[in-house]
Design a protein around this ligand. Structure first.
Ligand code: BG6
Length: 483
């Protein structure tokens, strides 16, 4: 009865993850409309530009570059890319469907058949190699028109547009695709509502009421996708997807411990509580009060609450890159940047080239915290090291730092499995180099596969295998034993 599990389970889903807007390119090809990602400029100032009051989703401002327009040209090279994934032995591949490829403006009745045909081929190409597709329905790429003309997710009208989109893709692919996620990193709006909610300062991003209303609308939309999926096939696995950052109090001061508890409730658990348990948690009222949100201004119907209660997710997908530290008692800390979050530096941890603090033990803690709380299968659908790679004269790319990062995180996963956690799979982020979400850079690379493209958009786009490619192949072959 009390068996200790020391190995990864048979059938563990090893793979990799990407998002359409960051690799496909072909931003206006075959009927695709522009998405919000197409309007984000490249470079380290991406977030500060999108957070300025005057930002208004320009698609081509000559002072900027727009790297998502070209991506890594996966749209035309997907066969070559999937073949390389198969060579590594991928059991699954997580990707997203570009909403604006299917509904160019977002509000059309009829889908763009050419867009669907692209995903027909992509899915079939995965299946050809026995790679299980794992689809994110919406990954930071809503049609631009829904943000510009409808005001983003704070507009309740988006629920029906998303429902229509979700229905079209679920109906078309449910017999081929068993794993789905409704929204990427839905909680990221806590700090940056641009990419997941289509909110910028000019349409209300700085008023937290709009963020909360957007979340509610997304929860309802997500529940509708779960409902549609389960009506098509009750075995379909439809998950939520959250950005998880294990959070520590800086010290044993109870004041910091309590502040950290609230940080966990608000950032890590608020969205998942609704999507997994089917109801708003008790800490919501406190969170709203602290953010000056008047609940009476929120539009939440009884029918919505019933939908949420009846259509909870089957598993929890989450990204994990780093942990955080809470200290509300001092202001003289060294700061760190991070995955849409930032804060106090943890003196026990080292940081990546981009300042994200590396914490494999934090992943083991995250897995335990999530499983203790929800008792639902977990799926790590993003993890990895964004780093600068150099190509040796021989053409080799020696990314031992990446191998080291991933190895430590896989050991932490194995530890969590021994702790009793039910873990479905692991899809490291950016398994092939792609455009960074936060900075629009190519030089921030996560891949096992190198893509010859620089931040200015120059390069042959040729693919080559890094050292980590051969290492990960071995990891998969040995089902996580040979690290
Ligand atoms: C997650 C996103 O936040 O982190 C991805 O879901 C993103 O889209 C990834 O690419 C890594 O972040 P970045 O900014 O390094 O690309």
């Amino acid at each position: 009865m009390f068996d200790i599990k020391e190995k990864f389970p048979d059938g563990f889903l090893w793979g990799g993850a990407t998002a359409a807007n960051q690799l496909e390119g072909a931003w206006d090809k075959d009927g695709k409309g522009p998405s919000i990602a197409d309007a984000l400029p490249g470079g380290k100032k991406r977030f500060s530009i999108a957070s300025s009051q005057k930002f208004d989703w320009q698609l081509e401002d000559e002072q900027y570059t727009y790297p998502n327009h070209k991506g890594i040209d996966h749209y035309d090279r997907f066969k070559e890319d999937i073949k390389l994934f198969a060579e590594m032995g991928f059991k699954c591949y997580r990707f997203s469907i570009a909403w604006a490829r299917i509904f160019p403006q977002g509000d059309e009745e009829t889908p763009n058949e050419a867009g669907l045909e692209f995903y027909d081929q992509l899915i079939d190409e995965c299946l050809k190699y026995d790679i299980e597709p794992v689809i994110t329905i919406s990954h930071y790429e809503m049609p631009l028109s829904l943000a510009k003309n409808y005001g983003g997710w704070k507009n309740r009208g988006l629920i029906k547009f998303y429902e229509h989109f979700a229905r079209v893709v679920l109906e078309r692919y449910h017999s081929k695709v068993h794993y789905w996620m409704t929204f990427n990193e839905i909680n990221s709006a806590f700090h940056f509502p641009v990419m997941s909610q289509g909110l910028v300062p000019s349409n209300g991003a700085n008023d937290f009421t709009n963020v909360v209303q957007s979340w509610h609308n997304q929860f309802v939309a997500s529940a509708l996708a779960v409902k549609i999926g389960h009506e098509l096939d009750e075995q379909l696995q439809i998950g939520c997807m959250i950005l998880y950052a294990t959070s520590y109090a800086y010290d044993s001061n109870p004041v910091n411990q309590y502040a950290n508890l609230k940080q966990m409730q608000d950032f890590n658990f608020f969205c998942a509580d609704v999507q997994v348990r089917g109801e708003y948690s008790q800490s919501t009222a406190r969170m709203l009060k602290e953010h000056n949100v008047n609940p009476a201004l929120l539009e939440i119907t009884d029918n919505d609450l019933e939908l949420l209660a009846q259509n909870t997710v089957d598993y929890i997908g989450f990204s994990y890159y780093m942990s955080m530290v809470t200290d509300v008692t001092r202001e003289d800390h060294e700061g760190v940047s991070g995955n849409l979050i930032g804060g106090v530096a943890n003196p026990f941890l080292k940081s990546s080239d981009w300042g994200w603090q590396i914490d494999p033990k934090g992943l083991q803690i995250a897995l335990n915290e999530l499983y203790d709380r929800y008792q639902k299968p977990l799926f790590i659908v993003e993890n990895g090291l964004g780093a600068i790679d150099t190509v040796a004269e021989s053409g080799a790319i020696h990314d031992d730092y990446r191998i080291d990062y991933l190895k430590q995180h896989i050991e932490a996963m194995q530890g969590a499995i021994t702790d009793g956690v039910d873990l479905l799979g692991y899809t490291p982020w950016g398994c092939i180099d792609l455009v960074s979400a936060s900075t629009g850079e190519m030089s921030k690379r996560y891949g096992f596969i190198y893509v010859d493209l620089d931040d200015e958009g120059n390069g042959t786009l040729d693919r080559s295998r890094k050292d980590s490619f051969y290492w990960y192949k071995k990891v998969i072959e040995s089902n996580g034993e040979d690290l």
